[in-house]
Design a protein around this ligand. Structure first.
Ligand code: DGJ
Length: 459
């Protein structure tokens, strides 16, 4: 074979090896990228499994306005291939200036069509409160705009879809200024509303995600606080018509700094896991919607009718087995220890708030002090295990805080001869105040040669 053929052979072998290599971790709070290096833009996502592929679809915006519903696919929920913008601002005149949020796709076996529903607004405000419906003959084809409307004249904002075991399909959407959640049954072809099934009144919940497990229906929702995270809850029922239980809060006050969008059953040889898909909205920390990242975590079920959501900065998914584990075997969690003070970086009170201060305190290996050193390009980001947020310089002071990992260079560090240099300011990480006292604030200051600037990752 000539050199060219050897090259092609090597390329093919590398592709096969890559495809067979175990997938790496899913990194919560960092951008997902495709196998060709593009950033995955699928916010407010839905997932539909067709054959061996999971198809992920979600919001891809131009600023705050609708650009496209972008679709990706993967067999392992880790390595994504971009497929197509399945609905775009050019798909209909009314989508040219619009917002299209929380798109979901379901398959109708009778018509053999894929049906997309999403929350549609006019791109200026949230007064339209409509759904938009589009259809395609293939899961990753061009979806043809059908109509937009208020379901039975009710407001309709945050929404999701659910197809039951008997093929009945439902729209669940926030109504009455987000104080109610309406559940509608769809028509046989899934493109319109057949009936209002029930109204879950007065809890002021949004961002619904509905799934069924061993005969029990679970409805996971968030509170209504704009782009800011809050405490998710779950409700259960034995039938879609209810009665639904009152919301029970999930453990974490900020849902690990995310808002629900979908719960994906992952079924394999070892059974079925239920994967919570959440959005960590970047507008909550002053960035653009497309800077938002993902928080994917395994739901746990203390009882047949209760749900918990453990937090972790990474998860490991095995789609062949149908398992989702917290953390990742290839990652080391460590404490960031000051060489001079024998104290470790820790977020006071294990706060999960954006811009919460970081202090030098005891080195107990609890989640409030455990960090994962995550390489992103030439930089390092230190992700706190308890919050999924990153070590960063404060926006306008030399104080060191935790915040969203995508806020740019103020959350990026480089390690050089034991010093941690902040990429934005070029200053070094030190502990302020009396070196003998515990609890000193972490700050950055001009780099020097003192021991106070030396840090060790103790795994
Ligand atoms: C909360 C909703 O869940 C999101 O989809 C988005 O509409 C934001 N509000 C906008 O503030």
């Amino acid at each position: 074979m000539g050199r060219g053929w050897i090259g092609l052979g090597a390329l093919a072998m590398a592709a096969v090896a890559r495809a067979q290599a175990p997938a790496g971790p899913i990194n919560n709070g960092s951008p997902f990228t495709t196998v060709t290096g593009e950033v995955v833009q699928a916010h407010g996502a839905g997932v539909i499994k067709v054959g061996a592929y999971y198809y992920l679809l979600g919001e891809n915006r131009d600023g705050y306005r609708f650009k496209a519903v972008s679709m990706y696919r993967s067999t392992d929920l880790r390595r994504w291939e971009f497929r197509r913008d399945i609905l775009t601002s050019a798909s209909a005149p009314s989508l040219r200036v619009a917002n299209v949020e929380r798109p979901k796709v379901i398959y109708n076996a009778a018509t053999r069509r894929y049906v997309l529903w999403a929350h549609k607004e006019n791109g200026e405000n949230y007064n339209e409160a409509r759904v938009v419906v589009a259809t395609s003959d293939t899961v990753d084809g061009d979806y043809v705009y059908q109509r937009e409307f208020r379901p039975l004249d009710h407001e309709s904002r945050d929404m999701t879809l659910f197809v039951d075991d008997d093929g009945s399909a439902y729209l669940i959407s926030a109504a009455a200024n987000n104080y109610d959640l309406n559940i509608y049954r769809l028509t046989e072809d899934y493109t319109a509303i057949a009936a209002l099934v029930t109204v879950i009144k007065g809890y002021h919940r949004e961002a619904p995600a509905l799934f069924k497990r061993d005969g029990t229906y679970f409805l996971v929702t968030s509170g209504a606080t704009g782009w800011n995270p809050n405490r998710a809850s779950y409700q259960t029922a034995a039938a879609m018509a209810g009665p639904w239980t009152a919301p029970s809060y999930i453990s974490d006050p900020r849902t690990y700094n995310s808002q629900p969008t979908f719960v994906l059953p992952v079924t394999g040889s070892a059974g079925t896991s239920y994967l919570y898909l959440g959005d960590r909205w970047a507008p909550a920390t002053g960035q653009q919607p497309n800077d938002s990242t993902y928080v994917w975590l395994p739901l746990t079920f203390p009882t047949a009718t209760s749900v918990e959501l453990p937090g972790a900065s990474q998860i490991t998914v095995d789609t062949a087995a149908g398992t989702v584990a917290l953390g990742h075997a290839g990652t080391t969690l460590a404490t960031l220890r000051s060489a001079s003070r024998r104290a470790c970086a820790r977020v006071a009170d294990q706060s999960r708030s954006y811009e919460a201060g970081v202090i030098a305190s005891d080195c107990r290996r609890d989640p409030g002090a455990l960090v994962e050193a995550r390489a992103e390009g030439a930089d390092l980001r230190y992700v706190f295990q308890h919050s999924g947020l990153c070590l960063a310089e404060a926006k306008s002071t030399a104080e060191v805080v935790q915040t969203d990992c995508t806020v740019g260079t103020r959350a990026a560090w480089s390690m050089a001869s034991g010093r941690l240099l902040n990429r934005a300011s070029g200053r070094c990480l030190v502990v302020a105040g009396d070196p003998r006292a515990r609890g000193g604030k972490l700050v950055t200051e001009a780099c020097g040669s003192g021991d106070d600037e030396r840090w060790i990752l103790v795994s």
